[in-house]
Structure formats: C-alpha cells, structure tokens
Design a protein around this ligand. Sequence first.
Ligand SMILES: Nc1ncnc2c1ncn2[C@@H]1O[C@H](COP(=O)(O)OP(=O)(O)OP(=O)(O)O)[C@@H](O)[C@H]1O
Ligand SMILES: [Mg+2]
Length: 506
Amino acid sequence: MSDEPIVQMAGITKDFTGVRALESVDFTLRPGEIHAIMGENGAGKSTLIKVLTGVHAPDAGRILLDGEPVRFHSPGQAQAAGISTVYQEVNLTDNLSVAENLFAGREPRLGPFINFRAMRRKASALLDQIGIDLNVAAPLSSYSIAMQQLVAIARAVDFEAKVLILDEPTSSLDRDEVEVLMRVMRKLAGDGVAMVFISHFLDQVYEVCDRMTVLRNGKLVGDWDTDALPENELIGHMLGREVETLEAIEHRPDRWPPGDAAPLVSAEGLGRRGSIAPFDLDVREGEVVGLAGLLGSGRTETARLIAGADRHDSGSLSLDGSKLRGHNPRTAAARGIGFCPENRKTEGLVPDLSVAENIVLAMQAARGWARTIPPARRDKLVAEFIAKLDIRPADPHLPVKNLSGGNQQKVLLARWMLLQPRLLILDEPTRGIDVGAKADIQRLVNELSDDGMAVMFISAELDEVTRLSDRIAVLRDREMIDILGAESEMTTERIVDTIVAKGGEQ
Ligand SMILES: Nc1ncnc2c1ncn2[C@@H]1O[C@H](COP(=O)(O)OP(=O)(O)OP(=O)(O)O)[C@@H](O)[C@H]1O
Ligand SMILES: [Mg+2]
C-alpha cells in the first residue's frame, strides 16, 4: 500500500438553499484502504461523496486525484477517471436482465447488433470473479434488492475503478450477503482499489474499515485509524454527546409477559400462494410482536397481508373478533391498521412534496380529500412530530427529497404515527438510521405500546427484535415456523437455532 493519497479533498464547502451541508471539510483517501465516513443522519456524508463525484459542484475547496486538480461535472466524468459509486438507493433498470444491467451503455457488439451471447458470457465471468452466482439472463427485478445491490457493485468494479464508493450498500443485505460483500471489498483492497464505505452498522465498519473520517453537522470532527478509535469514542464524536447505549432500551422488562387480553387483530390460516404459507397470529393491544427471519423469509409478505397491501387467498383476518371483508390499504387505514413499508423510495414518500405535506398525506387520505385539515392544526401536528422524531433540518417546508436518507425515513414514520393507528406495522423502521435516531425510534415504539398501540416490528437486526418484542414470530422460507413468547426464548441465539433447526428438517 502506498501512502501517497489517491484522493485529497481540502476545504470543501457546500451550501444548499438555507442549509450549509458541508463547511470546509478535508478528506484524504489512500490506495488500497477501506475508509469509513461516519456521522449522524444529515451530517453531510452523501453530500461529500456527491461533491467528489461531480453530482454537486462545491462552493469552495479543492479536489486532487492522484495529485492532479480535478473538477467533475457529472458522475460519468468521475467514473471515466476511475471513481465509481454505488448509491444508497440502487440505480439499475428493473426490467432489463442482469447482464444488460452490467453492460448497459457498453454492450459487446457484433456489427450493429448487441452480441447477447458474449454479453452473458462476460457477465457470468464478472460475477464469478467476485463470487456471486446469478442467472445473468433473468430480469434483474426477479432478484432481491440485496442481489441487485451486488450487481450494482459488480458493475462499478468492472469500470476498473481506482476508487469505489459504497454509500450504505449493506442496509438491505442479510448476513451472508454482507459477508460476500466484505469478501469482495477485501479482495479489491488487496488489488489496490481505494474504497469509501458509508454505513450505520458500526459492527460492519469495525470489521472491514482501516480508517474513519467523522463528520458532524457538516464539519470535520477528525480522522482516525480504526484500531485507535473505540466504539464509544466514535459515537461521542458522531453525536457530540453521550447516548444511552441501545442495549439499555428494552421493552418493559419489569412487567412481562403481557396480559392475556382478547386479540385486537387475529389471523387464522392467513396465507397467499407463492408468498407466505398459511399462518395463525394474534396481536393484542399494547403488545409488540416482532417478525424475525432472514431476508426473503416472508417477513414483509406477512406484514403486507395483515395490512391489506396484498390480498390473501386463504384463511381470514379479524379485528376485535369480527372477520374483515374487502381488506385493502384504504379500508385497513380507516380501521386503524397503519403500515409503514420498507421501501421509502417507491412505496412511501412523494419526493417533490414538502416534509409537512408528506407527513399529513395519510391523515388527509383517511379524511377524504374534500375535507382539508385546518392549517393551524396541521402545522401543530407537523411541528410536534418533527420534534418527536428529531427530523433535521426542522423545516416543514423543505421538499422531502432534500433531506438526507435517514431523515426521509423518519418522515415516513411520522406519517403513520400521526394517524395513531390501533395496530402499527413497521417494516425495517430503523434501516439507514444513525445510532442516536435508532434509540429515539426504539424508545418511541416502547412508548406507543405502553399507551396501548399494538405494534408489529420487522427488523433484520435480531438484537433489536429481541429487546423490543413481547413475542417473536420466526419465519423461514416463506413460512411462519414458530412463535417465541417465553422470556427464556427471547434471545438472538434462540431465533437463530429455530431457523437453523427448521432447515435441518428438510
Ligand atoms: N439536494 C439538496 N438540496 C437541499 N439540501 C440538501 C440536498 N441534499 C442534501 N441536503 C441537506 O444537506 C445535509 C446533508 O445531507 P446528506 O445527504 O449529505 O447527509 P448524510 O450524512 O448522507 O445523512 P444519512 O445518514 O441520513 O444518509 C442535510 O441537512 C440535507 O437535508
Ligand atoms: Mg446519506
């Protein structure tokens, strides 16, 4: 590894209308190193990357690549110079095949025609090289978001990147996929590629990164070798304050188990062919039911049936003991079942509407569009939730697309909490959210359920599920295989054992 930096950014300042996203930030990246950029939601991580890659022009500062001053005007220019980026949200084309996505814009040709056979061969070789196994002729949309993410990375790698930037690539990957990605990253580092890694998973950062640069409120806090910066100090630098450790947030450890009230929502043999096998599940008022399982195990599918987002083709769903007919998202919301989906970009937010408009959207829909919410009431509610969830910047008028990824997630949560549903279904609510905000959301789930709201909580992070849930439904291969409820069962090990044991039976 050479010590000459491949990238040097100095004095970078970037203003958006009304917001200083970066203020005189320095950043240095060396060949062959994996370098984390750390900071809270809205700290300026993605903006720093976007300034480097020509998405945004800096208002001040200098960028050197290999010692030469550069100024890119588009990500394409940066890519041509050897800086490839995989963004927080995957940017590939769903309906094209894996191979077409890998070689879009540079397809191998035979005269005027695309040589599909050569393209598929090259695609297989490329994926092989980084150790993932996909059918390259299949449409990309037939794979999970996780796999799509790995395809995006393979595409970036193939551009002979000198610098590879990964902005939250792991937020939708399961453990095995994260392992694959890390293996790929280490291999690339060994080949001399410099990498920038942005992630809110501290364990991953500690596992794979050599150095860290910490930003807070758009300013540089400092940079450290990973070995020299223990986790509690890192968190202190990121937040500028001490936080209660997440382990301390637990769902009413003192008065457990929950009472045996009549179920609020009750699924009997509820299922949908090809999506989730029939299951029975009750959720009581004030109870938090966690859904645990690997990616693709059927967690989201279970939630979607209960929320009416998908139609069930077997069994029934009851509310307060009476069977529901004509269950769809609108009737569900009207009956007090709120569903905060996983994919904020396609199922949730309207990017051009303001934070306030996005927050009141579901409430407005529930009232009917003819009855607008009185402005004073609306402003008060919006202000209350901006404060409660610490949405930043705390400006209700900003278009939601101008918020950082994590803050967008909070807007979506606010929308559903505002409706005060009787059952709130949260699909990966803490994904892409920094440690401070994660603690806020976990605490909020506890508060809401203490006030009597029933909550279904989906998370890939098992420790979060075990800490917050009263009971845990474990899923595997699109089947609910067990419901854990005794205190002794509510552990990460027990969930993993349950999933593994079921695999052994088959
Ligand atoms: N296009 C834009 N227009 C206006 N403001 C923006 C724009 N992009 C980002 N910002 C603001 O700049 C600040 C930094 O945002 P950035 O996206 O860099 O944060 P981040 O550190 O990547 O956060 P996260 O962890 O949530 O992804 C935020 O206050 C954000 O609202
Ligand atoms: Mg970001």
